[in-house]
Design a protein around this ligand. Structure first.
Ligand SMILES: Cc1ncc(COP(=O)(O)O)c(C=O)c1O
Length: 399
């Protein structure tokens, strides 16, 4: 048989998806598993949103539409960006996608040529470097420091820029660290991006989940000189518990939006109409429902932090955004499991927890940072309590 695609053979599978799939499989087989692996809110899609999807079916809105998405839905996105983020976009600058992941892919597809370097701060969301590689680009990873709350500084960014740099991918608030970038740091980053004539792919999917009392989320596109060079990624998966509907979007400069629409017209054609009408409803609803979730996530964060931070050998800080805790477990390396196996990395540690105490969390190496693990606290208090108990039991059993 002839060779298969090297571009795909050369990328890593998503470890977060793998952990979630394995945990769900083990559960389906009757195993006692508690999973904090997935970044997926545990509530149902709001009823009004569900009904909007059903109405679209009942009203026969089930035919092909424009590749960039349904006009009313794009208008609702443009209105959201104006109202909540102070960003001015025309509907033709908005492309509806099958989830934010698809929006990231389409955005990179529109800007990357083979050999282009794309700067990604680490720890990063698992998908970014792999998509850059898939498109023939070169991911350039910038190490961030826990002392800076894992924020990439303007200086660190500037050092990574070369004549080949095309773009920077920034995820704020950040998966997996829960970092919420401060306005000052964003300002510095924007300055470097503008000075070096780069594009920014700004993944803002967790924007509503920010918990700081002293500063608020700000879109990277809102800084001076950034609107014309930023591709804003967002979607309803997290804010409106719509992970399975696959609704996301990208807002981009006109020329880039045109390219994305062309690519989408030749690939998926457009995301599901039913999901788009449901998204329109979600975009037009008051944000109370989202703020209620945010407040509950903050309680959950505090609860899980309280438990995990007391476990000997584990250290972590209180993050200000998203719904993840990122804990340093490197002090546990070198210890032995009751079966006599030495734990030497985060994959071995997570495998040990899954096999012995039935807890699924994600190894830090999936996000480019060895020595850490990620807990998602998008789970009920009951699940978090069980997870914390299992985590402590597993750690304490190490010798
Ligand atoms: C940073 C980040 N961007 C995008 C996504 C994907 O969102 P969607 O489910 O809308 O594709 C996720 C999901 O985990 C994420 O963490």
């Amino acid at each position: 048989m002839k060779n298969l695609s090297e571009r795909i053979l050369n990328i890593a599978p998503s470890l977060t998806v793998a952990v979630d799939t394995l945990a769900k499989k083990l559960k389906a087989e009757g195993k006692d598993i508690v999973s904090l692996g997935a970044g997926e809110p545990d509530w149902d899609t709001p009823l009004e949103v569900q009904n909007a999807g059903k109405a679209a079916i009942d009203e026969g809105k089930t035919r092909y539409t424009a590749p960039q998405g349904i006009l009313e839905v794009r208008e609702a996105v443009a209105e959201k960006l104006r109202r909540e983020n102070g960003l001015e976009y025309a509907p033709e600058q908005i492309i509806m996608t099958s989830g934010a992941k698809h929006a990231v892919f389409n955005s990179l597809l529109a800007i990357i040529n083979p050999g282009d370097e794309v700067i990604i701060p680490e720890p990063y969301w698992v998908t970014y470097p792999e998509l850059v590689k898939l498109l023939g680009g070169v991911p350039v990873i910038v190490h961030t420091r826990v002392e800076n709350d894992f924020q990439m500084s303007g200086e660190e960014l500037a050092k990574a820029v070369t004549p080949k740099t095309k773009a920077v991918i920034l995820n704020n608030p950040t998966n997996p660290t829960g970092t919420l970038y401060s306005e000052d740091v964003l300002q510095d980053i924007a300055k470097v991006i503008v000075e070096n004539d780069l594009y920014a792919v700004s993944d803002e999917i967790y924007e509503h989940f920010s918990y700081s009392d002293s500063f608020r989320f700000k879109s990277l596109a809102s800084f001076e000189g950034m609107l014309q060079r930023t591709l804003v990624i967002n979607g309803l998966s997290k804010s409106h518990c719509m992970t399975g509907w696959r609704t996301g979007y990208v807002a981009a400069p006109k020329e880039i939006a045109k390219l994305i629409a062309k690519a989408q017209g030749q690939t998926t054609h457009h995301p599901s109409n039913i999901a788009q009408y449901a998204a329109e409803k979600a975009l037009k609803m008051p944000l109370d429902i989202v703020y209620k979730m945010r407040d509950e996530f903050r309680n959950r964060r505090d609860f899980l932090y309280g438990k995990v931070s007391k476990v000997p050998g584990v250290s972590l800080r209180v993050p200000n955004g998203a719904f993840y805790l990122f804990a340093d477990i490197s002090k546990l390396f070198g210890k032995k499991t009751p079966a006599g196996k030495v734990i030497s990395d985060s994959i071995e540690f997570c495998t040990y927890l899954l096999e012995t105490v039935g807890l699924a969390i994600v190894p830090g190496s999936a996000f480019g940072r060895e020595g850490y693990v990620r807990f998602s606290y998008a789970a009920s208090m009951e699940t978090l309590a069980a997870a914390a108990e299992r985590f402590e039991k597993g750690v304490r059993a190490l010798q």
